[in-house]
Design a protein around this ligand. Structure first.
Ligand code: CP
Length: 302
């Protein structure tokens, strides 16, 4: 039985095969011939214990494009609101005999726990601050489409690196594929020295220096609540040192700009940047569908 729980859990040839398949699916998206029936008759459950737009919709449409049907569980309106535990919810879903389960949850380690007793393939759709493997795969696929290869790219991660599952999976995958990383964050968002994955990466003081160094600017979402809570300086101070403003993006037209979404316009990025040719943010969403088609096919129709 195949699972996609983390980047570390996938072998080098499996990663390459998933990205290769995704890149084959991309040009067919939106065409009538993109519909395939390889998963016809399969029924996929999505259990989302946290909000999502991109990941949930792209997994659903990916399943449908391959001929599978989907059922979505969301906590709102479910028995979780009556106190049902995570494991009882998962056992209940399992008893309905789905062919695969896609889970998003806010707690680190939850996927490994579920996998211990699951009798069907599991896919991690975002787990705590720990892992978001399909996001990393779509980042890789988008960058390979743009640059031909990830090897040799210099990627500056800007924003809340400490709490980011996107950053962790992205570093894990793209360093394996040959990219180099540096971190550009305010002190309260820097990873701690003891973080085994992030703690030893080089740091860059501000986004202007990052833009001089990098070939890819990888922006992370800033939660406005953290500014309101005083964990961060004011929005103006944050923007002065770390935001991808229109002026900065225009000054570096060869730097590719990626962001997992949802973006905070006027905080880490300006609205005008989204429409620039070097901004790949909406292209990442398209690749998200293709990557999730590749992943579902890999776990369900090996
Ligand atoms: N990138 C990402 O995971 O977005 P959603 O929260 O909208 O799924």
């Amino acid at each position: 039985m195949r699972n996609v729980l983390s980047i570390a859990g996938l072998a080098h040839d499996e990663l390459h095969a998933l990205i290769k398949d995704a890149l084959l699916y991309v040009p067919t998206l939106g065409l009538r011939r993109d519909r395939r029936e390889v998963l016809s008759g399969r029924n996929v459950a999505l259990a989302f214990f946290e909000p999502s737009t991109r990941t949930r919709l792209s997994f659903e449409t990916a399943a449908h494009r391959l001929g599978a049907s989907t059922v979505v569980f969301q906590t709102q309106g479910s028995s979780v609101e009556k106190g049902e535990s995570l494991y009882e919810t998962i056992a209940t879903i399992e008893a309905m005999r789905f062919d695969a389960l896609i889970v998003r949850h806010g707690t680190n380690g939850v996927m490994q726990e579920i996998a211990k007793s699951a009798s069907f393939p599991l896919v991690n759709a975002g787990e705590g601050t720990h892992a978001h493997p399909t996001q990393a795969l779509l980042d890789a696929s988008t960058l390979i489409e743009k640059f031909g290869d990830v090897k040799g790219l210099r990627i500056a991660l800007v924003g809340d690196v400490r709490h980011s599952r996107v950053a962790r999976s992205q570093i894990e995958l793209l360093t394996r594929l040959g990219a180099e990383f540096a971190i550009c964050s305010p002190p309260s968002f820097m990873p701690t020295d003891t973080d085994p994955l992030l703690g030893k990466l080089p740091t860059i003081e501000n986004i202007d220096q990052a833009l001089e160094w990098c070939s890819v600017l990888s922006l992370l979402r800033i939660q406005r609540e953290r500014i309101d809570d005083g964990v961060l300086p004011s929005i103006d101070e944050y923007r002065a040192a770390y935001a991808c403003t229109a002026q900065r993006a225009h000054a570096h037209p060869t730097v590719a700009i990626i962001h997992p979404g949802p973006v905070n316009l006027g905080v880490e990025i300006d609205a005008e940047v989204l429409a620039l040719p070097n901004a790949l943010i909406h292209r990442q969403v398209t690749h998200g569908v293709a990557v999730r088609m590749a992943v579902l096919r890999w776990v369900l129709a090996p």
